[in-house]
Design a protein around this ligand. Structure first.
Ligand code: CAO
Length: 415
């Protein structure tokens, strides 16, 4: 079946995680993604966190599916010639080098426009223009600078980073949307444009509700749905809210049967107002329905921690899955804390292609996360990541190089 981005050619100059997640998504939607790497070493993640000696790491394979790999020394004049041909023939250049690296290679925005005015140049940097614009940035730096760390964790503990890679994969996702918009706008204007996504901005976008709360705190000096209310102290900045829900329906993580031995025997429980009656019934506290201290959402706010303690007495008598089944009967919103092991083994995620088994010539079978975005007319087939330089000859031939020229450039270590 045809794919949404059939015919789009991407010059993929990305490495590590943020950029590769973006180009992987575009590849899954059908773009021809040509990943440029340095001969001999390639993307640094090929060798990082290896679980099998001399085999591309899972870090690399899980971020670079459906791409072609070509090795080019971008600092060699003959290598630059190859890259210039690629710039002329591609629609989008995606990069996440340190600030200024692409310019130092000779590929300034002006030069790229001379070569191909239709080219879209998409970049991820740690920060946008400002005091930190020249900094190199990794995931957790972005989580800290984007507001996630200061608002994650418990009130009496230090700031915490989250396991979700909101700085890297989150920004990759933002960039992919920018690229697709630029491709769409190019249909009308005929021109390329720059697409910039800064990791700090991407994280802040995902922390939007915390900037909401900052302004509420500035005005009212209290956040009634936070665990600090009513007895704790509110300072000037949005505090860490533990497991409180980010929205208007209070929630918390509660122990389930077996929690003493299983670190994931927990459930997220939301005391959604429309099903308060059902909650009281399920946990056997029907007297709460007429008690003025619990009768309305507003009245419950100062009592949330006792309410969750009481609910937990009930959840501790059930496994997380038993609790889910009972609560779902009453439409009470809740969610089991699933371990990565449980997710990897979950049959429904395999059926939808969200978790996929892939075969790799050197590593054998491994699991990966497939495309979380499902298009009915552009289904994703997850294909293994390329070996380093696997497609160098193929791409060089497509660019018009003869077999002799390719061999001579290889002998000179240009490719
Ligand atoms: N041929 C020749 N040189 C190449 C090349 C190629 N094919 N590919 C890359 N290089 C060169 C670059 O030109 C650069 O050279 P200069 O420093 O002389 O300009 C050099 O390799 C190193 O690039 P880098 O500075 O981007 O790499 P790094 O490992 O030092 O830094 C990172 C990595 C991620 C911190 C940095 O790239 C960065 O801040 N990127 C932007 C933010 C980002 O995406 N961070 C998320 C990373 S995922 O956690």
């Amino acid at each position: 079946m045809a794919k949404a981005l059939d015919g789009v050619r991407i010059l993929d100059f990305t490495h590590v995680q943020s950029g590769p997640t973006c180009t992987q998504l575009l590849a899954w939607f059908g773009a021809d993604v040509i990943k440029v790497e340095r001969a001999g070493e390639g993307d640094i993640t090929r060798g990082q966190l290896r679980d099998i000696p001399d085999v591309d790491s899972l870090y690399f394979t899980m971020l670079n599916h459906n791409k072609r790999s070509i090795t080019i020394d971008a600092k060699n004049p003959k290598g630059k010639e190859v890259l210039e041909k690629l710039v002329r023939q591609c629609d989008v250049l995606v990069e996440n080098f340190a600030p200024g690296a692409l310019d130092r290679m000779g590929f300034t925005w002006e030069r790229i426009q001379e070569l191909n005015p239709k080219m879209i140049v998409a970049s991820i940097k740690g920060f946008g223009p400002g005091p930190y614009q020249d900094c190199k940035v990794y995931e957790n730096v972005a989580q800290c600078a984007g507001g996630a760390a200061s608002t994650t964790g418990f009130d009496d503990g230090p700031p915490l980073v989250t396991g979700a890679q909101i700085g890297d994969s989150g920004t990759g996702l933002h960039l992919a949307l920018g690229i697709v918009c630029a491709l769409y706008q190019r249909k009308a204007t005929g021109r390329g444009q720059k697409v910039d996504a800064a990791m700090q901005d991407g994280v802040l976008n995902l922390c939007r509700v915390k900037l909401r709360d900052q302004q509420r705190l500035d005005r009212t000096h209290v956040l009634e749905e936070y665990p600090q209310y009513p007895n704790g102290h509110f300072g000037e900045a949005v505090p860490r809210a533990g497991n409180a829900s980010g929205g208007g329906q209070p929630g918390w993580i509660l122990k389930c049967k077996g929690w003493e031995n299983d670190p994931n025997a927990y459930i997220y429980f939301i005391t959604q107002a429309p099903v308060w009656k059902e909650i009281c019934k399920v946990i056997g506290r029907e007297e709460w329905l007429t008690d003025p201290r619990y009768a309305t959402p507003k009245a419950r706010l100062p009592h949330l921690s006792e309410i969750f303690d009481e609910i937990e007495k009930w959840t501790m008598t059930k496994t997380k899955f038993e609790a889910m089944e009972i609560l779902n009967e009453y439409d009470i919103p809740c969610g089991p804390i699933l371990s990565m092991k449980e997710i990897a083994e979950e049959p429904s995620l395999r059926r939808t292609g969200t978790v996929v088994e892939v075969d790799h010539p050197k590593r054998g079978k491994y699991l990966t996360v497939g495309n979380p975005i499902k298009l009915s007319d552009s289904p994703t087939e997850v294909k293994r990541s390329p070996l380093l330089g696997e497609h160098t000859n193929e791409v060089m031939k497509e660019l018009g190089y003869t077999a002799e020229q390719i061999e001579s450039l290889r002998a000179e270590r240009v490719i």
